[in-house]
Design a protein around this ligand. Structure first.
Ligand SMILES: Nc1nc2c(c(=O)[nH]1)N=C([C@H](O)[C@H](O)COP(=O)(O)OP(=O)(O)OP(=O)(O)O)CN2
Ligand SMILES: [Zn+2]
Length: 139
Protein backbone atom coordinates (compact mmCIF):
# COMPACT_ATOMS: atom_id res chain seq x y z
CA UNK A 1 0.00 0.00 0.00
CA UNK A 2 1.23 3.46 -0.90
CA UNK A 3 0.12 6.11 1.57
CA UNK A 4 0.48 9.91 1.86
CA UNK A 5 1.15 11.76 5.11
CA UNK A 6 1.11 15.54 5.35
CA UNK A 7 2.34 18.24 7.67
CA UNK A 8 0.80 21.69 7.85
CA UNK A 9 3.09 24.66 8.55
CA UNK A 10 2.87 28.42 8.50
CA UNK A 11 5.04 31.44 7.90
CA UNK A 12 4.49 35.07 7.11
CA UNK A 13 6.62 37.12 4.81
CA UNK A 14 6.74 40.33 2.80
CA UNK A 15 7.39 40.55 -0.91
CA UNK A 16 7.17 42.66 -4.02
CA UNK A 17 6.50 41.24 -7.45
CA UNK A 18 8.59 42.97 -10.11
CA UNK A 19 10.92 42.09 -12.92
CA UNK A 20 14.08 44.18 -12.66
CA UNK A 21 14.57 43.95 -16.43
CA UNK A 22 11.30 45.81 -17.04
CA UNK A 23 10.37 49.48 -16.70
CA UNK A 24 8.14 50.70 -13.86
CA UNK A 25 5.28 50.98 -16.35
CA UNK A 26 5.68 47.37 -17.50
CA UNK A 27 5.87 46.16 -13.91
CA UNK A 28 2.78 48.14 -12.96
CA UNK A 29 0.92 46.77 -15.96
CA UNK A 30 1.74 43.14 -15.17
CA UNK A 31 1.94 43.07 -11.38
CA UNK A 32 -0.35 46.00 -10.39
CA UNK A 33 -0.65 46.43 -6.62
CA UNK A 34 1.76 43.52 -6.08
CA UNK A 35 4.51 45.82 -7.43
CA UNK A 36 4.14 48.20 -4.47
CA UNK A 37 7.74 49.41 -3.88
CA UNK A 38 7.04 49.40 -0.13
CA UNK A 39 6.25 45.67 -0.26
CA UNK A 40 3.19 43.84 1.12
CA UNK A 41 2.78 40.71 3.19
CA UNK A 42 1.03 37.36 3.26
CA UNK A 43 0.27 34.70 5.84
CA UNK A 44 1.48 31.67 3.92
CA UNK A 45 0.05 28.25 4.71
CA UNK A 46 2.20 25.32 3.69
CA UNK A 47 1.23 21.66 3.33
CA UNK A 48 4.08 19.22 2.78
CA UNK A 49 3.10 15.71 1.71
CA UNK A 50 5.33 12.64 1.54
CA UNK A 51 4.06 9.50 -0.17
CA UNK A 52 5.38 5.97 -0.07
CA UNK A 53 5.12 2.55 1.55
CA UNK A 54 4.39 2.05 5.24
CA UNK A 55 7.55 0.86 7.00
CA UNK A 56 6.63 -2.59 8.40
CA UNK A 57 8.69 -2.01 11.55
CA UNK A 58 7.46 1.49 12.53
CA UNK A 59 4.08 1.70 10.81
CA UNK A 60 5.23 5.08 9.51
CA UNK A 61 5.62 6.38 5.96
CA UNK A 62 7.86 8.97 7.62
CA UNK A 63 8.08 10.13 11.23
CA UNK A 64 5.99 13.33 11.33
CA UNK A 65 8.21 14.77 14.06
CA UNK A 66 11.20 14.42 11.73
CA UNK A 67 9.18 16.07 8.94
CA UNK A 68 8.05 18.88 11.23
CA UNK A 69 11.62 19.57 12.38
CA UNK A 70 12.82 19.54 8.78
CA UNK A 71 10.19 22.09 7.71
CA UNK A 72 11.06 24.29 10.67
CA UNK A 73 14.79 24.15 9.96
CA UNK A 74 14.84 24.27 6.14
CA UNK A 75 11.79 26.44 5.44
CA UNK A 76 10.41 28.42 8.38
CA UNK A 77 13.82 29.60 9.60
CA UNK A 78 14.63 30.85 6.10
CA UNK A 79 11.29 32.52 5.31
CA UNK A 80 9.30 33.38 8.44
CA UNK A 81 9.06 37.14 9.12
CA UNK A 82 11.41 37.84 6.21
CA UNK A 83 11.32 40.28 3.36
CA UNK A 84 11.72 37.69 0.59
CA UNK A 85 13.17 40.10 -1.99
CA UNK A 86 15.71 41.62 0.39
CA UNK A 87 16.63 38.88 2.84
CA UNK A 88 16.40 35.57 1.01
CA UNK A 89 19.21 35.30 -1.56
CA UNK A 90 17.44 33.00 -4.03
CA UNK A 91 14.73 35.62 -4.55
CA UNK A 92 17.31 38.03 -5.93
CA UNK A 93 17.05 35.94 -9.11
CA UNK A 94 13.58 34.38 -8.73
CA UNK A 95 10.53 36.65 -8.53
CA UNK A 96 8.91 35.63 -5.21
CA UNK A 97 5.59 34.50 -6.66
CA UNK A 98 3.76 31.69 -4.93
CA UNK A 99 4.97 29.46 -7.80
CA UNK A 100 8.67 30.17 -7.20
CA UNK A 101 8.33 30.04 -3.43
CA UNK A 102 6.68 26.59 -3.68
CA UNK A 103 9.37 25.30 -6.07
CA UNK A 104 12.11 26.69 -3.80
CA UNK A 105 10.62 25.01 -0.72
CA UNK A 106 10.43 21.70 -2.60
CA UNK A 107 14.10 22.05 -3.63
CA UNK A 108 15.14 22.84 -0.05
CA UNK A 109 13.31 19.78 1.37
CA UNK A 110 13.94 17.17 -1.34
CA UNK A 111 17.58 16.34 -0.42
CA UNK A 112 16.56 15.61 3.18
CA UNK A 113 13.75 13.14 2.48
CA UNK A 114 14.29 9.50 1.57
CA UNK A 115 14.52 8.83 -2.16
CA UNK A 116 11.87 6.12 -1.64
CA UNK A 117 9.29 8.81 -0.85
CA UNK A 118 7.55 11.23 -3.22
CA UNK A 119 7.37 14.84 -2.08
CA UNK A 120 4.66 17.41 -2.80
CA UNK A 121 4.38 20.99 -1.61
CA UNK A 122 1.13 22.97 -1.54
CA UNK A 123 1.49 26.63 -0.68
CA UNK A 124 -1.39 29.00 0.04
CA UNK A 125 -0.48 32.65 -0.47
CA UNK A 126 -3.97 33.81 0.41
CA UNK A 127 -7.02 31.77 1.47
CA UNK A 128 -8.02 31.73 -2.20
CA UNK A 129 -4.69 31.54 -4.07
CA UNK A 130 -2.53 28.46 -3.84
CA UNK A 131 0.11 26.55 -5.78
CA UNK A 132 1.21 22.92 -5.90
CA UNK A 133 4.60 21.46 -6.91
CA UNK A 134 5.66 17.81 -6.87
CA UNK A 135 8.94 17.99 -8.75
CA UNK A 136 7.40 17.59 -12.20
CA UNK A 137 9.64 19.24 -14.79
CA UNK A 138 7.87 18.28 -18.01
CA UNK A 139 4.23 18.49 -19.07
N1 LIG B 1 0.18 33.27 -10.63
C1 LIG B 1 0.28 34.18 -9.61
N2 LIG B 1 -0.52 35.23 -9.58
C2 LIG B 1 -0.42 36.12 -8.57
C3 LIG B 1 0.52 35.92 -7.55
C4 LIG B 1 1.38 34.80 -7.61
O1 LIG B 1 2.26 34.59 -6.76
N3 LIG B 1 1.22 33.95 -8.65
N4 LIG B 1 0.61 36.80 -6.53
C5 LIG B 1 -0.15 37.87 -6.45
C6 LIG B 1 0.09 38.83 -5.32
O2 LIG B 1 1.11 38.35 -4.45
C7 LIG B 1 -1.07 39.33 -4.55
O3 LIG B 1 -0.59 39.83 -3.31
C8 LIG B 1 -2.18 38.36 -4.27
O4 LIG B 1 -3.11 39.07 -3.51
P1 LIG B 1 -4.60 39.35 -3.95
O5 LIG B 1 -4.72 39.52 -5.42
O6 LIG B 1 -5.08 40.43 -3.08
O7 LIG B 1 -5.20 37.95 -3.57
P2 LIG B 1 -6.54 37.65 -2.81
O8 LIG B 1 -6.77 36.18 -2.94
O9 LIG B 1 -6.47 38.14 -1.42
O10 LIG B 1 -7.49 38.52 -3.68
P3 LIG B 1 -9.05 38.57 -3.88
O11 LIG B 1 -9.15 39.30 -5.19
O12 LIG B 1 -9.56 39.33 -2.73
O13 LIG B 1 -9.56 37.17 -3.96
C9 LIG B 1 -1.15 38.16 -7.48
N5 LIG B 1 -1.22 37.19 -8.52
ZN1 LIG C 1 1.64 39.26 -2.73
Amino acid sequence: MIVSVSRHAHFNAAHRLFNKEWSNEQNDEIFGKCNNPHYHGHNYELIVTVKGPIDPKTGYVMDMKVLADLIEDKVEKQLDHKNLNEEVPIFKTRIPTVEWIAVTIWEWLRPHISEDLDLKVVLYETPRNFCEFDGTTQR
